[in-house]
Design a protein around this ligand. Sequence first.
Ligand code: MG
Length: 253
Amino acid sequence: MKKIFLSALLLINTLLIYAQQAWEKDFTKPEATEINEPKPKIVRGSFNGAPPSDAIILFNGENMDNWVMKKDGSPSQWVLKNGVMTAKLGTGDIQSKQKFGNFQLHIEFKIPEDAPRSGDRNNSGNSGVFLQERYELQIFDSYQNETPLYANGQMGSIYKQVIPMANASSKPGEWNVFDVYYTQPQFRSNGSVETPAYVTLVHNGVLTLNHFEIQGSSKYIGIPYYEPHGKGAIRLQEHGSEVSFRNIWVREF
Ligand code: MG
């Protein structure tokens, strides 16, 4: 009994000391709102698309070792030539071996110069960057193209979920850059969504998606919805067009 009484007394005393310290913290002084730890780690930055010092290099033009076929995990069958990898028609999507959670992604790509540009719902320059294998950031020939897909399926859309705020598309045959900032969704133990995924996109230096709330896995038909998942690969789409890629790197955060 005496022991319990002493423990309670000690606890009350500790609480009183904390309360006194909080009371005495003088918010009229600048030090009261200055925090010193943890110090951010040092990272050499990115200039002209070069990877920052801590980036994970997924493709630098030398080989496709970091990529596999989505269908069966076999080595990438896409074409590697002159430091560029290009979708090989009929082979299917490729994806990074490594899986990522929250990340920053830099990726450069080019739609073939001779991509067909006429016809309703044509497939001109169709590819895509699937974030965590399931949320498609669309690649398409949307440069001055009067017969593109629906606007929420054009270049820089999250496919069928949002129209980008600007069309910053380069001409077919010229390079584009996507800088992507992605926050993965969180799921409760019962599988429901605790927080959705968010994406920000800078396309050729132009902000085109600003913290967009992703609505679920990309679907051609029907309403998107979430299915619980963990980390996922970066998946590149082969969709009937010989779209090329170079300089791909990721930073997880
Ligand atoms: Mg696509």
